[in-house]
Design a protein around this ligand. Structure first.
Ligand code: ATR
Length: 472
């Protein structure tokens, strides 16, 4: 009979699973490991057995029996059907109070569904968002846990141990029940899309309008990384821009196909935002910009028909600083929208998510890690029910200081024929919020005219409909 000696179990030993298991073992936890194909488990033990204490099992039943009760088991297999299959197999082997953790990239709605189904079996199902890729999984990711208090009591100490640490605080937290962790992970990825799009546009504008070469721009980004913009993405943007292709001697950015890929979490974010009615325009523009980049046929057709080049307007030295302040301002808008979505999702699903805590756990381990997130956390600490990040003092100042730059970048880029959907979208959102009257009034008139959809008035309560005159 197998003795239960393991603190936690993990099944699914592809790269992410292996790295998480090694990370836990390196922190002194005894980890039970399993993989459908047994050779992967034995290969894992051969390669990494010296990282710490592992208990390898060939069968799922031995694996389950090797874990201390209440058991905590992390599933790290392909998202979708594979996850359901593994959950089904494990369910029959578990006892009341055991904890099953999906650390894969599940859609939060699937997590909610699985949690509900497993609750009937007395199993605590957890959706755990893990950010930071393979490197993060091994050396300290950002971890967003959705599940019951009972589950987090068991899981929390291990998860907080293996997460990235910033100023002594772990980048891991109990976000809320069921789908909350995967939801927040999804929005995190959406924000990552928006951030990358803005960085890409800043590069494009500086190169196309100010005529700076990639190597010079690498220096610009390095300088930016010493100020408010300090972040992992700006840092690696400098690295990528500085990189020279070994085969051709050309800047790396010039030999890469200019069609951006997406795995789908950005798209999920926008789909869910549409359902929630939250205008995450920064994320949406980023997702669509990637789609546009991949529409080769349309791009080729348009380039043939509209081939004349536009002259870039003259700009001076100060343009670089305008782009920097514009980038920061647009980033504030995109993050404000992302946090609006977290608050709205939390309200809709009754998750009780603490928005400021999300900023705390994104400070390390994940792709959007940045100094800036400290400011977001402080903003929510000062005012937990903040209506929008954009009006909080620090961010309002950034917007005031960046507004001129943002307008200049958008007008200059537009005149030069350089697409800036991220910058322009951020500016339009900012202008829409601060405008006293929006043309939505006319839209209400149109709706009432063609469909008797009724409208409200500014000067009286009630619902109104006008008998519109017709031509005949
Ligand atoms: P990779 O990441 O190497 O491309 P993958 O097909 O995405 O592999 O699978 C990742 C993990 O999910 C692997 O551990 C895989 O187990 P195998 O090594 O046996 O292929 C696991 N996995 C995928 N489908 C599974 C299923 N239906 N049941 C159990 N484990 C599954």
């Amino acid at each position: 009979e197998t003795r239960a000696t393991a603190d936690i179990g993990l099944t699914g030993l592809a790269v992410m699973g292996s790295n998480l298991a090694r990370n836990m073992a390196r922190h002194g936890h005894t980890v039970a490991v399993h993989n459908r194909t047994t050779s992967k488990m034995t290969d894992f033990l051969d390669a990494h057995g010296s990282d710490g204490d592992f208990v390898g099992s060939e069968s799922l039943s031995d694996f389950v029996a090797s874990i201390k009760q209440p058991r905590a088991i992390i599933i790290m297999v392909k998202a979708g059907e594979a996850t359901d299959a593994v959950i089904d197999e494990l369910t029959g082997l578990l006892d009341d109070g055991d904890i099953l953790v999906d650390a894969g990239n599940a859609h939060f709605a699937d997590t909610v569904r699985r949690q509900q189904a497993l609750e009937e079996h007395g199993i605590h199902f957890v959706g755990m968002g893990v950010s930071g890729g393979e490197e993060g999984a091994l050396n300290g990711p950002s971890i967003m846990v959705g599940g019951s208090d009972h589950a987090y009591e068991r899981l929390g100490p291990i998860v907080e141990d293996i997460a990235a640490q910033v100023d002594g605080t772990p980048c891991a937290a109990h976000v809320g029940p069921d789908g909350a962790g995967h939801f927040v992970k999804m929005v995190h990825n959406g924000i990552e899309y928006a951030d990358m799009q803005l960085i890409a546009e800043a590069y494009d504008v500086l190169r196309s309008v100010a005529g700076q070469e990639p190597a010079e721009l690498a220096e610009v980004f390095r300088r930016w990384n010493e100020g408010d913009l300090e972040s992992f993405l700006i840092e690696i943007a400098a690295d990528v821009l500085a990189h020279v292709d070994a085969d051709t001697g050309r800047p790396f950015v010039d030999v890469v196909a200019d069609s951006a890929e997406q795995k789908g979490t950005g798209r999920w974010t926008v789909q869910v935002a549409l359902d929630l009615g939250v205008p995450v325009t920064g994320i949406a523009e980023a997702v669509f910009a990637r789609s546009v980049s991949g529409h080769d046929a349309q791009r080729e057709a348009a380039q043939k028909v509209f081939e004349e080049k536009l002259d870039a307007p003259e700009v001076g030295e100060d343009f670089v600083e305008d782009v920097r302040t514009a980038l920061f301002a647009a980033k504030v808008v995109a993050y404000a929208q992302g946090f609006d979505m977290i608050v709205e999702g939390s309200n809709e699903h009754d998750w009780g998510i603490h928005a400021g805590e999300m900023a705390t756990i994104w400070r390390g381990g994940c792709i959007i890690r940045a100094k800036f997130l400290d400011r977001i956390r402080e903003a929510f600490d000062d005012e937990p029910d903040l209506t929008t990040l954009m009006t909080q003092e620090y961010f309002a100042t950034a917007l005031r200081e960046g507004e001129r730059g943002l307008r200049r970048v958008v007008t200059t880029a537009t005149a030069a024929g350089v697409p800036v959907p991220g910058f322009a979208g951020a500016l339009s959102y900012f202008d829409a919020l601060r405008r006293d009257r929006l043309p939505a009034a006319l839209i209400q008139g149109l709706r009432d005219n063609f469909g008797a959809h009724t409208y409200e008035r500014v000067d009286r309560d009630g619902t109104f409909h006008t008998q519109w005159a017709t031509d005949d």
